[in-house]
Design a protein around this ligand. Structure first.
Ligand SMILES: O=C(O)CCC(=O)C(=O)O
Length: 294
């Protein structure tokens, strides 16, 4: 759906000025928007899954593990395909105000794409390099939006997400090295043309949602605090957006319509998009392992 039409519809949850900000800058912060009871349930579930990781030693379909992982001290970088980990996460993704936030940003007909929970541990030195999301999972249009839910307060210390304003209106970059191998990040040479001084830190208290368009250049810095930074990320698109390559991180709910109706006509955006590797052949672990190889 065209931006103008999305903005004409009466908002369900997101203030009109916040919706306009999202379309102008390519991202927006919705402070303290998730109800406390949901936050408590999500955090309990996250704790319990972290606890379950104590018995595993190698990364698998559910867990991306950092090098310091042990049964005494879990070092889970990412819970993969979150909605497949516990029914609570799907209930949250499909039945809570998350679907309404998505509808305010992509239009009334909303398709679920994927989900994950990224942890960032103090002292781990983990960063997420500058990247755009859509080159890893291209769609027929650029409606996909990631809604990141802060389960704990995120200040400048915890390694908040950083976004480059208006970069969603700029080009899409290859996320490969000189040999064409996937790196999951924009090359240093391409980043030279980006004004890093314009980057905005997306800080917020627990219950804040950050909405980031799939074209927006973003990253996140090291966690310099003493506590872990858990951020649950859910991706939605308009129902008329269709993936045209195999998905890197499919879930059993990928493609489900969570608001409105399925599309009868695909929306095709003519702006070009690089072709990613065929993840069905190459396999995909997570952005952390892809970027580490760079
Ligand atoms: O967890 C973070 O700080 C960044 C997450 C991100 O950009 C991603 O997973 O694509």
């Amino acid at each position: 759906m065209e931006t103008g039409k999305i903005l004409q519809a009466t908002p369900r949850i997101v203030d009109q000025n916040k919706r306009e900000e999202y379309f102008q800058k390519g991202f927006v912060t919705l402070e303290n928007i998730i109800p406390m009871d949901w936050l408590a349930r999500l955090s309990d579930c996250s704790e319990s899954l972290l606890n379950d990781s104590r018995v595993i030693q190698e990364p698998n379909d559910a867990y991306d593990l950092g090098p310091n992982h042990s049964s005494e001290q879990p070092h889970v970088r990412r819970l993969k395909a979150l909605v497949d980990r516990d029914p609570l996460f799907w209930e949250f993704a499909s039945e809570s105000i998350m679907g309404d936030i998505a509808a305010d940003l992509v239009g009334a007909d909303v398709k679920f794409h994927s989900s994950k929970l990224n942890y960032k541990w103090p002292g781990s030195g983990e960063i997420v390099k500058w990247h755009q999301d859509i080159p890893a999972w291209p769609h027929t249009n650029y409606s996909p939006v990631t809604l990141g839910v802060y389960l704990e307060d995120v200040t400048a210390l915890e390694g908040p997400l950083l976004c480059i304003p208006k970069s969603h209106d700029g080009p899409l970059y290859f996320h490969t090295d000189l040999n064409g191998q996937w790196t999951g990040s924009i090359s240093k040479k391409d980043m030279d043309s980006i004004d890093l001084n314009s980057a905005e830190e997306l800080i917020g208290v627990s219950g804040t949602v950050v909405a980031i368009n799939c074209r927006t250049i973003h990253s996140s810095a090291e966690n310099f605090s003493k506590k872990v930074r858990p951020v649950a990320l859910f991706v939605y698109s308009s129902a008329d957006a269709f993936a045209w390559m195999p998905q890197p991180t499919p879930t059993c709910k990928t493609g489900e319509i969570i608001r409105g109706s399925p599309a009868r006509i695909a929306h095709l955006d003519s702006r070009p998009c690089p072709v990613p590797p065929d993840w069905k052949i190459q396999g995909y672990n997570s952005i952390f392992s892809a970027q580490k190889a760079d």
